[in-house]
Design a protein around this ligand. Structure first.
Ligand code: UD1
Length: 341
């Protein structure tokens, strides 16, 4: 069978990990989830199982725990790893840098050690467009240089890409693909899996859906004096299912790629402003949204969107879902978890 690979998904119960698990299972891959559930819930694994109709093998523990990884790797015979397990709050990383360096960088080094020990030679890594900082040119392509990281979170993504690069140099059979996500949004169309923010969301779309659901009083749009068509920041919002599909393609192609260490942007190539997204949410869902314009948020990039040509040319990946799909699916997920009809 073409897709009989056994794949470890660290952070497989998280937002992007769970959607990728679904796509992989549907393509015939054998998926094993490893998650410490510190930032996720068991219901995500239930959701994967309900969507696919398949039982998912799941290990609970930290990806920074070398002994635990040894146990998992000795029980399972993995062909490849997709490494999602990481913390992702920019704010929290500024408050607690060590937590981020220890968890995000520590999980990468522990994982690579286990992979070396157990001769697992393929890794796909969840990176981020944050590595580019405020890019000199947009759309940004993969040749753009890393800028000084704005936050410890951003620094961990840069460091992990660097660690992969160095390990590829030193360890002959190892191959890696870093996928630089732009702004993943939306949820599975089944509304059985989606984003589960902890506490008050800092990301835009969960804040929008929680405001629409009446959990938050008002959305604040952070700034309308940027150099963009309506003055609010511009981002490249990509449906999480499209993003998940890129992981499947990366896994299918990783052995055949010319470079043993590859990077791809994952975005739509379309820049959308925050105010435009808000208006399109209201139009698509028909739900009124209480919002106001407030001051800028520290550390925000003015505008960034992807040049996704490399992923199209080499992986054959293109986005299929629209921003309207993303917003509708995010809203359906919010309604499902809140019990709103
Ligand atoms: C940030 C990180 C990104 C990371 C992602 C994951 C940077 C530059 N970007 O993306 O690398 O992967 O978080 O968490 O570090 N906004 C509002 N009101 C809100 C919330 C957000 O106006 O209540 C605006 C923000 O100012 C921003 C846009 O919406 O312009 C998107 O914000 P957000 O969803 O937090 O993502 P990024 O900051 O782009």
């Amino acid at each position: 069978m073409a897709n009989s690979k056994k794949v470890l998904l660290t952070g497989g119960a998280g937002y992007i990990g769970s959607h990728t698990a679904v796509e992989l299972i549907q393509q015939g891959f054998d998926v094993v989830v490893l998650d410490d559930f510190s930032r996720s819930e068991k219901r995500m694994v239930d959701g994967i199982e309900r969507i696919t109709g398949r039982k998912v093998v799941c290990y609970q523990g930290s990806c920074t725990d070398e002994k635990f990884l040894d146990t998992v790797f000795s029980k399972e015979n993995f062909d490849s790893v997709i490494h999602f397990a990481a913390y992702k709050s920019v704010n929290e990383s500024v408050q607690q840098p060590l937590l981020y360096y220890q968890n995000n960088v520590g999980s990468m080094t522990a994982l690579l050690k286990a992979m070396e020990k157990f001769h697992v030679n393929e890794i796909i890594f969840s990176s981020s467009c944050t590595v580019y900082g405020e890019p000199d040119r947009i759309p940004v392509d993969e040749s753009a240089p890393f800028k000084k990281a704005e936050s410890p979170y951003g620094a961990t993504k840069q460091m992990c890409e660097r660690i992969l690069e160095d390990c590829i140099q030193a360890n002959q059979p190892l191959r890696s693909v870093s996928l630089r996500y732009f702004n993943p949004v939306g949820a599975h169309p089944s509304a059985l899996i989606g984003e589960l923010p902890i506490g008050t969301p800092s990301n835009l779309v969960p804040y929008v859906t929680q405001t629409a659901a009446g959990i938050r009083q008002k959305l604040t749009v952070f700034g309308n004096d940027y150099n963009t068509p309506d003055g609010s920041c511009m981002r490249d919002f990509i449906h999480v299912v499209d993003l998940a599909k890129a992981h499947v393609m990366a896994l299918q192609k990783v052995v055949a790629l010319e470079n043993r260490n590859e990077v791809f942007n994952l975005g739509t190539g379309i820049g959308v402003t925050v105010l435009d997204l808000v208006k399109r949410f209201i139009k698509t869902t028909g739900i009124p949204l209480n919002y106001e314009v407030g001051p800028r948020r520290a550390g925000d990039v003015e505008k960034i969107y992807a040049d996704p040509a490399k992923a199209a040319n080499i992986l054959g990946w293109r986005t299929q879902l629209s921003l309207e799909d993303s917003l509708l699916h995010a809203w359906q997920w919010e309604k499902q978890i809140r019990g709103i009809k």
